[in-house]
Design a protein around this ligand. Structure first.
Ligand code: CO
Length: 134
């Protein structure tokens, strides 16, 4: 079921400042910011060849990363995203295995225009897991 690592996401309090660190200090190419109101975040991606880094900044009231940043004000690793071939089959398999799917259990459209789901961190070694249909 589990495919390749699509990205590692880092929550940041200031997307412009974090993008500047990756661009200027680390010499990486950073995409233009993309607002995702349905997910409550603004994102940029950094392609590092074998995977991507996603930087997330809160967007709007009640952003799902606001509580995370309240606990870790300088930012931190927020989730890992794995690719799956069939997200509905993956969801059904995971639910049958007892894993908790966040939200209403239906995929939303993610930053790459593909269906995504999030899985409860308590079921995955304390790590929030995103699945993206490849
Ligand atoms: Co993500």
């Amino acid at each position: 079921m589990l495919g390749r690592l699509n990205h590692v996401a880092i929550a940041v309090p200031d997307l412009a400042a974090a993008s500047a660190v990756y661009r200027d200090t680390l010499g990486a190419r950073v995409t233009e910011p993309q607002a995702l109101p349905e997910h409550g975040v603004t994102v940029v991606f950094i392609d590092v060849g074998n995977t991507k880094i996603e930087l997330l900044e809160p967007l709007g009231e009640g952003s799902p990363i606001a509580a995370f940043l309240a606990k870790s004000p300088s930012g931190g690793m927020h989730h890992v995203c794995y690719e799956v071939d069939d997200i509905l089959a993956a969801r059904d398999h995971l639910k049958a295995s007892g894993a908790r799917v966040l939200g209403d259990g239906n995929p939303k459209t993610g930053a790459h225009g593909k269906p995504v789901l999030f899985l409860h961190p308590k079921d995955f070694q304390g790590t929030l897991v995103e699945l993206e249909q490849a």
